[in-house]
Design a protein around this ligand. Structure first.
Ligand SMILES: O=C(O)[C@@H](CO)OP(=O)(O)O
Length: 228
C-alpha cells in the first residue's frame, strides 16, 4: 500500500525569534538540527524507510531532509527540490515580530493573516529588504507578493498530483520535508479537511506524519510516527 511521510522542518532561527518567515531563507537552530536528526532516527527505528524524497528550495527544509536521511541511513535516495513546496509567502509581514504585529494590529487580525483560509497578508512592497527577485534560485519563477493558504494550495496540489502522486502509485515510500503551511495544504487535501476546519490545524516541527493510502491514494490512516 502506498505510504507518504510528511515532516515539517525543525525549529528555524525565526521560529525561535517569533518572526513571520514565509519565503525568507532562514536556517535551522541547533535545536532544529536535533529535531531533524531525531525524525530520521525515528524513521529508522520504526523501519519506515523512505525510497524517494521531495523538499522545497528553502534551506531549513532541505537541511532537515538531509539531517533526517543521514540519521536514517538513507542519504543515497533520490531527492527533488521544488519551489511549489515552499512555505506560503508572508508578503509584507515577512521579517516582522509576530507579537509586536499583534500588539499593533490586534490578535484577531494577526490570526486572520496567519490562519484564515483565503485572506492573504498585505503584499510585500517593491524595494523591500525581503524582495527575492534577485535570488538565483527563483530565476524564471513568478514570485508571489503574498499568499493565503488557498493560494498556497493552488501551487502545492498540482505539484503533488504531477510529481508525488505518480511516485506513490509506482510503489515509492515518499518523504516530503517542507513547511507548516505547504504541509497544511497537503493534509487538507489528503484528509478532506474543510476550509473552515483547516484554520485549527497546526503541524509541529520535526514530527513525521505518516499517511497509509489505498491504491487510488485515498487516505486510510494518518498518524504521528512517534505515537506508534
Ligand atoms: O512564519 C512562517 O512562515 C510560518 C511558519 O513558521 O508561521 P505561521 O505559524 O504564522 O504560519
Amino acid at each position: 500500500m502506498p505510504r507518504l511521510i510528511l515532516v515539517r522542518h525543525g525549529q528555524s532561527q525565526w521560529n525561535l525569534e517569533n518572526r513571520f518567515t514565509g519565503w525568507w531563507d532562514v536556517d535551522l537552530t541547533a535545536k532544529g538540527e536535533e529535531e531533524a536528526r531525531a525524525a530520521g532516527a525515528l524513521l529508522k527505528a520504526k523501519g519506515m524507510l523512505p525510497t524517494l524524497a521531495f523538499t522545497s528550495l528553502q534551506t531549513r527544509a532541505i537541511r532537515t531532509l538531509h539531517l533526517a536521511l543521514e540519521a536514517a541511513g538513507r542519504v543515497w535516495i533520490p531527492e527533488t527540490k521544488d519551489w511549489r513546496l515552499n512555505e506560503r509567502h508572508y508578503g509584507g509581514l515577512t521579517g516582522l515580530d509576530k507579537a509586536e504585529t499583534a500588539a499593533k494590529h490586534g490578535d484577531e487580525q494577526v490570526k486572520i493573516w496567519r490562519r484564515s483560509f483565503d485572506i492573504p497578508p498585505p503584499v510585500l512592497e517593491d524595494g523591500s529588504a525581503f524582495d527575492l527577485k534577485a535570488d538565483p534560485r527563483y530565476a524564471g519563477i513568478a514570485i508571489p507578493s503574498t499568499e493565503s493558504l488557498k493560494d498556497t494550495i493552488a501551487r502545492v496540489l498540482p505539484y503533488y498530483e504531477a510529481a508525488i502522486a505518480p511516485a506513490l502509485k509506482a510503489g515509492e515510500v515518499v518523504l516530503v520535508a517542507a513547511h507548516g503551511n505547504s504541509l497544511r495544504a497537503l493534509v487538507k487535501h489528503l484528509s478532506g479537511i474543510s476550509d473552515a476546519d483547516i484554520t485549527g490545524l497546526e503541524i509541529p516541527t520535526g514530527q513525521p506524519i505518516v499517511y497509509e493510502l489505498d491504491d487510488t491514494l485515498t487516505a486510510l490512516e494518518r498518524y504521528y510516527l512517534s505515537e506508534r
